[in-house]
Design a protein around this ligand. Structure first.
Ligand code: NAP
Length: 484
């Protein structure tokens, strides 16, 4: 099977924050992979911009080092490196001052698609938008890509949306959530809307509950200060997990087009019920034998945010009334594993003896590691000895099903950056979606703040606080094991 590379138009991609962590680990390696795949046209240019003093030659050396460290460079010919680097320029520029803007304007003065990637801290988003406009760089053909976090509550998200829309139309603003660029996440839509098999069963009549887990083994060291101001609810639930929830729960859009898809996602968020205090559990990891605890990682004795959260959400609409959505995410858990599990109900009547056992179908969408989709079906245990039932997986692991090309599944950033160049906003969040997500999140946070609820502790390498297990046990359900 051969993956198709659809060429894009000639472009200038300006990376503000071109010397930062995200640029080095994700944006530049993604562009290099697209270059190697033949998707970057010859005249396309990547223009790095940051305050650090580099000339273009110096920045190319910086990019080369970043690619060597973070990129997929095994087997790449030296000529490919050189050819890619020749498409890179650099401008020393200050988002908050006048330095560098005239030079950037001069570099961008040509008739191609212009994309400006805001890979800088959120406090600079507004400055960049303002200066792009002031220097005549905010024309109709340009796009801006805005990184997370997009606000820290509804009020700040609204203010940021308003500030960006002063200079750009909504159709020019690409709010990035890299979860939406993952192959499996898009496959979720293909599986739901491209097969007759699932959609008729995709409702509360047949689905008992849905679990979404995003588990990490790392702690927050290195970004503790930011993290403690956010916590897992703001850092993961309001954006990534909310987006997964939307794609699982939304109605079929009339067409696979940006606004049709985003309209349906928005309806899901608007149908979310408030979360009751006993429907959520927050936690902080303790110190382990060799690992510091959360408070030490964030450098504060009174660290107040959660490194773990589990909650139960209800979507009040015809399709989902009565089917709970359990979501959990956390740091320093036992494995790095993310999945969505759609747990179907028991058959209404079993024709088999009790000894045969009863089983449920579970559709699992694995986001990491080993992206893939698995359907658990019940069959007879082979061999003599009567009718005993067992579960076996119908496994659509991309690596196995699609052959060597699957190992080459594009990184989420590759796909999303190319979508920006193509002008396709389907996988980017719209202003009203982001605001609606904060509108649901804010009262939950305000609730625990008003009650003065402190996070519970949990052991590093565990599945989170014991109360998170009870959140499901009290409903007669259980979390799936967190396993890679
Ligand atoms: P970072 O490592 O701190 O890099 C920040 C970049 O901004 C640097 O290149 C810095 O370069 C530049 N910068 C700072 N002040 C500037 C100014 N006044 N004018 C022009 N450039 C300026 O941050 P990061 O981790 O790359 O994150 C960038 C953005 O992506 C943030 O919004 C972050 O929340 C988001 N994000 C990051 C990740 C990640 O994995 N790193 C993941 C998701 C989202 P100079 O000092 O040379 O100016």
């Amino acid at each position: 099977m051969v993956s198709r590379t659809i060429p894009v138009e000639e472009f200038d991609l300006v990376i503000f924050g071109a010397t930062g962590d995200l640029a080095q680990r994700k944006i530049l390696p993604s562009l290099f992979r697209r270059f190697c795949a033949g998707q970057m046209p010859e005249g396309a240019r990547v223009i790095g911009a940051a305050r650090s003093e580099h000339d273009t030659k110096g920045y190319r050396a910086f990019v080369r080092a970043a690619l060597k460290e973070h990129g997929d460079t095994a087997g790449v010919k030296p000529a490919d490196f050189t050819a890619f680097l020749e498409q890179i320029e650099y401008v020393t520029l200050d988002a908050k001052g006048a330095a560098g803007w005239k030079e950037l304007k001069a570099l961008c003065d040509r008739d191609v698609v212009h994309a400006f990637y805001f890979s800088v801290g959120p406090s600079l988003f507004e400055d960049l938008a303002k200066r792009l406009h002031k220097h005549g760089l905010a024309g109709e053909e340009c796009r801006i890509v805005v990184e997370k976090p997009f606000g820290r509550d509804l009020e700040s998200a609204r203010a940021l949306n308003a500030a960006l829309r002063t200079h750009f139309d909504e159709g020019q603003i690409y709010r990035i959530d890299h979860y939406l660029g993952k192959e499996t996440v898009q496959n979720l839509m293909a599986v739901r809307f491209g097969n007759m098999l699932f959609e008729p069963l995709w409702n509360s009549q047949y689905i008992d509950h849905i679990q979404i887990t995003v588990a990490e083994t790392v702690g927050v060291a290195g970004r503790g200060e930011y993290y403690d101001r956010a916590g897992a609810m703001r850092d993961m639930v309001q954006n990534h997990i909310m987006q997964l929830l939307c794609l699982i729960a939304m109605e079929p859009p009339a067409r696979f087009e940006p606004d049709a898809v985003r309209d349906e996602k928005l309806k899901v968020i608007r149908a979310l019920e408030p979360v009751a205090p006993d429907e959520l559990v927050r936690g902080q990891y303790e110190a382990g034998d060799d690992t510091p605890g959360y408070a030490e990682d964030v450098g504060e004795a009174e660290a107040s945010s959660e490194s773990f959260i589990a909650l139960k959400a209800h979507i009040s609409n015809w399709r989902w009334a009565g089917t709970p959505f359990y979501m959990r995410t956390g740091k320093r858990l036992k494995e790095r594993a993310s999945e969505i599990a759609v747990v179907f109900k028991d058959t209404p009547h079993s024709i088999f003896d009790e000894d045969a056992g009863r089983h449920r179908n579970i559709l699992t969408i694995r986001l990491q590691p080993n992206e893939g989709i698995e359907l658990g079906v019940t069959i007879k245990e082979p061999g003599p000895g009567g009718m005993r039932l067992i579960d076996v997986p119908l496994d659509m692991s991309f690596a196995e099903a699609l052959g060597p090309e699957a190992g080459d599944v594009a990184d989420a950033y590759e796909r999303l950056i190319m979508d920006v160049i193509r002008g396709n906003q389907t996988l980017f969040m719209r202003d009203d979606e982001v605001e609606a997500a904060w509108g649901w999140t804010d009262p939950i946070i305000a609730g625990w703040q008003e009650r003065g609820d402190a996070p519970l502790t949990y052991a590093p390498g565990s599945s989170g606080p014991h109360d998170a297990l009870m959140l499901m046990h009290q409903d007669g359900r259980r979390w799936r094991e967190i396993k890679a």
